[in-house]
Design a protein around this ligand. Structure first.
Ligand code: GLU
Ligand code: MG
Length: 439
C-alpha cells in the first residue's frame, strides 16, 4: 500500500506553444536542482501540433532534440489540497543542444523584441486582462452584479488566493458583462514577466476550476450565450532607469511622441498582427463591430470599439499621471501565445518608433459609423474577417515576418492552415464548440 507521506511532489517544466496550449514535462521534485541546471529534452516537432492535436508538416519531422531550459525566476507554486499535490512549474526557453537559443522558440521571440527595445534605451511594461466563462453555471446572475460575485465566492476566492501565491499579483476577479463571464486582471510587470503571468492566469484559473469540479472556457466565443472573451494587453514604455515615457498631456490622447509612434507602428501592422493575436478560426466570430472587441485598426481614447484604446488616467489623490499612462491592445484572445502576442506588438511598435510614424487622428465614435471618406484620416482599416485573410496579411508584412524568422513562421503558418482545413465547411456553432472544448 502506498504511504501518502512518501508521494512525490510533481514539478513541471512548461512552455506555451504557438497555439497557446501549455505543454509540459513532468518529474519528481527531488530532481529539480539537477534539472534546473541541465534542462530536459524536447522534440522540435512537438511544437508542430495544432490545437486539435494533429501534428502538421514541419521541417523537423522525427529528427532532432532541443533542451527545454527552465527560467529559475519564473517559478510558480500553488499549494496542493488534500490528495492534490501543489501546482509547481517553471517557464522554459527552447535551446539547441549546444545551449544556443532555438530560433523558433516563442518565449525567446519575445526576448528578442525586448532586447531590440532595450538597445533603444526603452523597456516595455505590460499586463494582460483575461475574460473567461464558467460554462457550468446553470442560472447566471445579472452581469456585473454583486450576486454574480457572491454566488461564485468560493471559486473566485480560491482563484484569487492561488494567483497571489503564484506571484501574479491579481488586482481583480470580477463578474463581466456576458452571462457566466468573469475577468481577472493583474498588475503590470516587465514584458517577459507579464507574458509569463498571462500563462499563469490561464493555468491557475484552470487548475482551481479542476479542483472544484468546475468547467471554464477562455475561448473567444461561446455557444452558451452572447458576449465574447477578450485578452486585452496593456503596454507602457519606460526608460531603463524607470522614467515613464508614455505620457505627454500636451499631445493628442496625452500620448508622448514616443508612445504615439509606437502606437502608430502597431496600427500600421495590425492587420498582420491579428494572425498572431487572434489566431483561431473562431477568433473572427469575436472581432466583429459593436461587440467592444476590435473590428478596425484604429486608436481612440477610452474607446472600447477601438483596437488600441488609450487607457484612462486619474488625477485623484495626487496619482502620478505619467506612471499610469498606457495603451490597450484589444484584438487578442486566449488562443494566442502571450509571448508571441507581446513580441509581435513590440516588433510593430519598434518599427513605428524607428520610422517615426505619425499617429492618426483619434477615433471618438464607434469606428463602424465612420464614413469611408474619413477612413484615411483615422488610419482606419477593417481587420481581417477570417484567419485565412489574417495569414495573407501576415505573409505580406515584411517587418513582422522578419521579426518571427523563417523557422517559427513556417511552422506557425502550417499549423494555422491545418486548423483552417479542419474547420472548413463547419457551421459557426460547431466551430465555437470545438474551440471551447480545447480552451
Ligand atoms: N468582452 C469584450 C471583448 O471581447 C471586452 C469588454 C471590455 O471592455 O471589458 O474584448
Ligand atoms: Mg473586460
Amino acid at each position: 500500500m502506498q504511504n501518502n507521506k512518501m508521494s512525490p511532489t510533481l514539478t513541471h517544466f512548461i512552455s506555451q506553444d504557438y497555439s497557446g496550449i501549455t505543454r509540459a514535462r513532468t518529474f519528481p521534485e527531488h530532481r529539480l536542482a539537477s534539472n534546473l541546471k541541465k534542462g530536459l529534452c524536447w522534440t522540435p516537432a512537438n511544437l508542430a501540433l495544432n490545437p486539435f492535436g494533429s501534428i502538421v508538416e514541419n521541417e523537423w519531422g522525427s529528427l532532432g532534440d532541443l533542451i527545454m531550459m527552465p527560467d529559475a525566476d519564473s517559478e510558480v507554486r500553488v499549494s496542493g489540497e488534500g490528495s492534490i499535490s501543489p501546482l509547481h512549474y517553471f517557464h522554459c526557453d527552447f535551446l539547441n543542444m549546444d545551449g544556443s537559443p532555438w530560433d523558433a522558440c516563442p518565449r525567446q521571440y519575445l526576448k528578442r523584441q525586448i532586447a531590440v527595445l532595450s538597445e533603444m534605451g526603452i523597456k516595455a511594461i505590460a499586463s494582460f486582462e483575461h475574460e473567461f466563462m464558467l460554462t457550468d453555471i446553470e442560472e447566471p446572475a445579472a452581469c456585473f452584479s454583486l450576486a454574480a460575485s457572491r454566488t461564485e465566492e468560493a471559486l473566485c476566492t480560491a482563484i484569487t488566493a492561488a494567483l497571489i501565491e503564484a506571484n501574479v499579483d491579481p488586482e481583480m476577479c470580477i463578474p463581466e458583462y456576458a452571462a457566466r463571464q468573469y475577468e481577472v486582471t493583474c498588475s503590470p510587470a516587465e514584458a517577459l514577466k507579464a507574458a509569463d503571468r498571462a500563462v499563469n492566469v490561464r493555468e491557475v484559473v484552470r487548475e482551481i476550476c479542476r479542483r472544484q469540479n468546475r468547467t471554464v472556457s477562455f475561448s473567444p466565443v461561446s455557444s452558451l450565450n452572447p458576449g465574447t472573451n477578450g485578452v486585452h494587453v496593456h503596454v507602457s514604455l519606460w526608460s531603463e532607469s524607470d522614467e515613464p515615457l508614455t505620457y505627454d498631456p500636451s499631445r493628442p490622447g496625452q500620448l508622448s511622441e514616443l508612445a504615439s509612434r509606437f502606437s502608430a507602428g502597431i496600427l500600421a501592422h495590425m492587420t498582420a498582427l491579428t494572425a498572431l493575436t487572434a489566431p483561431g478560426v473562431v477568433s473572427y466570430q469575436r472581432l466583429r463591430p459593436n461587440s467592444w472587441s476590435a473590428a478596425y485598426a484604429c486608436i481612440g481614447q477610452q474607446n472600447r470599439e477601438a483596437s488600441i484604446r488609450i487607457a484612462p488616467i486619474t488625477h485623484l489623490n495626487d496619482s502620478d499621471a505619467a506612471k499610469q499612462a498606457n495603451i490597450e491592445y484589444r484584438a487578442a484572445d486566449a488562443l494566442a501565445s502571450p509571448h508571441l502576442v507581446l513580441g509581435a506588438i513590440l516588433a510593430a511598435g519598434i518599427d513605428g518608433i524607428k520610422r517615426k510614424l505619425e499617429m492618426p487622428a483619434l477615433v471618438t465614435t464607434n469606428p463602424a459609423s465612420i464614413p469611408s471618406t474619413d477612413h484615411a484620416r483615422y488610419g482606419l482599416r477593417a481587420l481581417p474577417v477570417n484567419l485565412e485573410s489574417a495569414l495573407q496579411e501576415l505573409d505580406r508584412d515584411e517587418v513582422i515576418t522578419a521579426s518571427l524568422g523563417p523557422a517559427l513562421l513556417n511552422c506557425y503558418r502550417a499549423i494555422k492552415q491545418s486548423e483552417i482545413k479542419e474547420m472548413d465547411n463547419k457551421e459557426e456553432k460547431v466551430v465555437r464548440d470545438l474551440y471551447a472544448a480545447v480552451y
